[in-house]
Each structure stands twice: as C-alpha cells, then as structure tokens.
Design a protein around this ligand. Structure first.
Ligand code: URA
Ligand code: SF4
Length: 216
C-alpha cells in the first residue's frame, strides 16, 4: 500500500489538549483508513492525573460496539489481574495503541486483525498526546503492538519484560504480555504463566523502582 494511504492522525489532534476534547476529536479522525470499518472510536479512559497508563493493542469487538477500552474478554482478564495486584481500575488510565477496530469478516462475525506498522504509526500522535497530557509515573505496554508504538521500535516481550525502559517520549516504560494471551495460550499451564507474569508486571508498575523485591 502506498505511503500516502497512511498519512497520520497529526492534523486531527486538537491544539486544546484536555482528554475530553481529544476523545471528541478522535471520533472524527481520518488519519488512516481504519475508521471506515469501525463502529466507534475507542479513546483512552481514566483520570487526567493517573500515575499509571496501560496501553493495549486496539479495540476488540465489544470495545468497538461500546466505544470503551477493555470491556470484552481481554478486559475481564485485565480486571482480574488488577484486582489481584490491588490496583483500582478507576485510578489508572487505560488506552490502546490504535483507536479504531481493525477487523475482517469470518464466519459471519468480525475477527480482530493485528494492525500494521503503518497504522500503528498513523495513530501514534493520539497516544503521544494522551501521555503528554497525563504525564504518568509509569507506562505499561501490554503486547507487542503497544510496545512498538511506545518504544518506537519492535521489542520482544519475552526479552524485555523484566527491564525498565523508556518510551520514545521519555516516560518510564515496562512491557508485559497482552491480557488476551492469558486467555488464548494453548495450554492451561501457559495461560496461567502468562497471567501470573502480567500480575507480576503490574505489581512492578504499582510499586515503581522496587521491582526486584518482588522476585519469587
Ligand atoms: N484488546 C486490546 O488491546 N484493547 C482493548 O481495548 C480490548 C482488547
Ligand atoms: Fe485515526 Fe487512529 Fe482511527 Fe486511524 S486508527 S483513523 S489514525 S484514530
């Protein structure tokens, strides 16, 4: 696909940078073609003074229907992990690297399709604007799409999840698995391992630099 088919969300991001006006403006974003197949834009949700920002991949089917992030099965897995860590979902900001649902039809339903790098890049100005506005203590990338968008390069979750990294804009960053991996992994054992890893990483995000103390 030609590069000009994927310009950027930049011209759609308003000068006025409060979260509410950004969420409203994102409804009219045409920064890449993904808006065409989606029902709702799914902007981030949470308080402007959140200390922790969690970033997922893109909306799923339930999110596309409701316009809210992480309300489907992946959201339920995330809620369980947050509960285990003792983090109140209402006190953190939850968003996605890509704000419109990318899907294909399969057996009469819409299946999510991983966004391309060009689409991740096109949507990146929204994520940058959210982070500038919130100025969180720590950002958590859940999965490779979020990690790419935040770090500005491809990262392996397995290789980097125990590290303290930085986003391309300078915020502290940790990477973890995407919650849907804790539902979709092949074996029970692997699902459990991934869930525990997410819990561990969220715990690190919660307590900041003292992550080493958590090692079991
Ligand atoms: N998966 C994501 O990455 N984000 C959502 O909001 C829902 C599912
Ligand atoms: Fe804009 Fe992002 Fe939606 Fe593309 S996916 S139209 S860049 S909000």
């Amino acid at each position: 696909m030609a590069r000009e088919d994927y310009p950027t969300a930049n011209p759609f991001v308003p000068e006025e940078r409060d979260l509410e006006s950004m969420a409203e403006a994102a409804r009219h974003c045409r920064g890449c073609p993904l808006w065409q197949g989606a029902t709702h834009v799914v902007f981030g949700e949470g308080p402007e003074d959140a200390e922790i920002v969690l970033v997922g991949e893109q909306p799923g089917r339930r999110e596309d229907e409701t316009g809210r992030p992480f309300v489907g099965p992946a959201g339920q897995a995330l809620d369980r992990a947050l509960e285990e860590v003792g983090v109140d979902r209402n006190q953190i900001y939850i968003t996605n690297a890509v704000k419109h649902f990318k899907s294909k039809r399969s057996n009469g339903t819409r299946q999510g399709v991983t966004p391309r790098v060009a689409e991740i890049n096109a949507c990146n100005p929204w994520l940058q604007a959210e982070l500038e506005q919130i100025d969180p203590r720590i950002v958590v990338a859940m999965g490779t799409v979020a990690a790419r968008s935040l770090a500005g390069r491809a990262l392996s979750i397995g290789e980097t999840r125990e590290q303290w990294l930085h986003t391309q804009w300078g915020q502290e960053l940790i990477v973890t698995f995407h919650p849907s991996a804790s539902i979709r992994a092949m074996s029970n054992e692997r699902r459990e391992q991934i869930f525990e890893a997410i819990v561990y990483d969220l715990q690190r995000a919660k307590i900041g630099g003292a992550g080493e103390e958590l090692r079991r």
